[in-house]
Design a protein around this ligand. Structure first.
Ligand code: NAD
Length: 517
């Protein structure tokens, strides 16, 4: 029998946590693998006090000093890849390959990326203005760390989506408290160990384990909240942040459409649809959740996808690399949601070409499922399923596909398939989503230079790119008037008839020279 690891909470005086504990389950086997403290508001407030005391020294490291630490951590992630992978697998039930590609590879890339680009994205910017009122003055925009950033994460990617945003927040010179999902807290605790080993000073990065209440308490303590999770919780987070007038950045749910045009490379489109709907058991915010296929190629596309999905091996990833393509469902109640969406579709006339049932045995599984004869009266086409299901719908043409793709409260990601890339791009531009891939899906997430964020109810703000770190900084504009300036500018007191007329002439000269058409 596996031993259950206990993770002591850090408290201000170093005493062990004596409060309630949260069991962490391996969803592939239903075994409890660890317990972590369920921290209350007082413990979070303590952490925040310590973080604030530690932050100025971290800010004083400067970009180069912090980059050295982050690059050490990049190497640490690679040196400890097996340990991280087995921790992720043990608390999520995902396959080794899903942990390797979508988490460890992301972590490695992100530490290097932010080490390299933080200083560039947050460097002082010299600005020029065309306004005569500021002629001759020096104009600057500068960025400073906000102070203490709270990061709240979901259970589907404990490294990438929970810990991932901590990296730019730290690179910007902030202290960070991460509240990982209560379902998957172990990866964050392991990475905290790594950061400390690599030289992040004590209390600059802390992990507040706990449930929703711990997350709510964290919002009350921080200068900015970065949230990734469901749209339902995202709304509560935004409301709490608004009450405190602190900024929030929200990465929320999705219902990503794939559009397959008649001239698409169907073999590639079918491979992408299969992989990006079933990878991580479909528990990816930007997984392919629904497909619209132009009528002439619908049958061929469906046949290809059904055959590929039937061939997938599902089961416990405990057999190690290369043994299963589809692992467990991380969060047991999610299996009920997937089952409900599939049953709702079947009751309304859909057919399951493969799968359609929850898995048998000890862990939490749902069979890889392909649904056809689906439409927008069904939850499987309109609500986030977040499971290994792929509903495919026949459409008359690209216009109908775009209309249906946009018939959603969500707008996170999307994909379009066509051998004519110009046409693919034209269709992509009509889809209301934060990111659209042509002849691919999801992979945009690995280009850390590209902003990633949701339209509509899929979120507010973006991660990655310049915006992905500037949000963790305050922006300050500085205007410097040179030493040899006029003693009195034209618009100062006292107001005089002559001065006012001169100003009027100047305004006309500046803005009144064009013609009206
Ligand atoms: P969730 O909203 O249930 O929980 C997310 C986090 O919020 C957890 O840590 C939880 O403890 C915490 N929380 C709960 N109530 C809170 C409150 N009142 N105040 C503060 N924190 C609170 O989401 P989940 O089920 O863990 O994750 C799945 C969801 O995340 C899906 O909808 C998925 O699409 C979304 N997601 C989005 C992205 C993205 O980048 N857009 C990435 C991954 C996951």
């Amino acid at each position: 029998m596996a031993t259950v690891e206990q993770h002591p909470a850090q408290t201000q005086n170093g005493a062990a946590h004596a409060g309630p504990e949260i069991p962490v389950e391996n969803p592939a086997t239903a075994a409890i693998v660890a317990t972590v403290p369920d921290l209350d508001a007082a413990a979070v407030a303590d952490m925040a006090r310590r973080a604030r005391a530690a932050q100025p020294a971290w800010a004083a490291y400067g970009f180069d000093g912090r980059a050295r630490v982050l690059l050490r951590m990049q190497k640490w992630v690679m040196d400890n890849a097996e340990r991280i992978a087995s921790t992720i697998v043990s608390e999520t039930g995902k396959t080794y390959e899903d942990a390797q590609l979508a988490e460890i590879s992301y972590g490695g890339a992100a530490f290097g990326f932010w080490a390299k680009h933080a200083g560039e994205y947050l460097a002082d910017e010299r600005v020029r203005s065309g306004n005569l009122l500021v002629k001759g003055k020096k104009l600057l925009v500068r960025y400073e760390p906000r102070g203490l950033i709270g990061v709240i994460g979901p259970w589907n990617y404990p490294l990438t989506n929970s810990f991932g945003d901590c990296i730019p927040a730290l690179a910007a010179g902030n202290a960070v408290i991460l509240k990982p999902s209560e379902v998957t807290p172990l990866t964050s605790l392991l990475l905290a160990e790594g950061l400390s080993e690599c030289g992040v000073p004590a209390d600059v990065f802390q992990v507040a384990t706990g449930r929703g209440a711990t997350g709510a308490a964290l919002i009350e303590e921080v200068d900015m909240i970065m949230f990734t999770g469901s749209t339902r919780t995202g709304r509560k987070v935004a409301e709490a942040a608004a009450r405190r007038l602190i900024p929030s950045s929200l990465e929320l749910g999705g219902k990503d459409p794939m559009i397959v045009l008649a001239d698409a490379d169907l073999e590639r489109a079918a491979n992408v649809a299969t992989y990006y709907s079933m990878q991580n058991s479909g528990q990816t915010c930007i997984s392919v959740e629904r497909v619209y296929v132009e009528a002439p190629v619908y049958d061929e596309f469906v046949a290809k996808v059904a055959a590929k999905v039937r061939a997938l091996r599902q089961g416990s990833p405990d057999g190690g690399p290369g043994t299963v393509e589809v692992g467990a469902m991380t969060f047991p109640p999610q299996v009920d949601i997937v089952e409900d969406h599939v049953n709702d579709a079947l009751a309304k006339g859909a057919r399951a070409l493969t799968g359609g049932h929850r898995g048998q045995g000890g862990g939490h599984y749902f069979e890889p499922t392909v649904l056809v004869d689906v439409d927008h009266t069904m939850k499987a086409m309109t609500e986030e399923t977040f499971g290994p299901t792929l509903p495919i719908m026949k459409v008359a043409d690209a216009d109908e596909a775009v209309r249906l793709a946009n018939d959603s409260p969500y707008g996170l990601g999307a994909s379009v398939f066509s051998r004519d890339t110009a046409r693919g791009e034209e269709v992509a531009r009509r889809v209301d989503a934060g990111a659209v891939c042509v002849n691919d899906a999801i992979i945009n997430y690995t280009a850390l230079e590209l902003p990633m964020g949701g339209h509509k109810e899929s979120g507010l703000g973006t991660r990655h790119g310049a915006g992905g770190i500037r949000k963790f900084a305050t922006q300050q504009s500085i205007l410097i008037t040179p030493r040899l300036a006029l003693k009195r500018e034209l618009h100062y007191f006292p107001y005089t008839r002559r001065g006012t007329k001169r100003l009027g002439r100047m305004l006309k000269l500046m803005y009144g020279r064009g013609k009206r058409d």
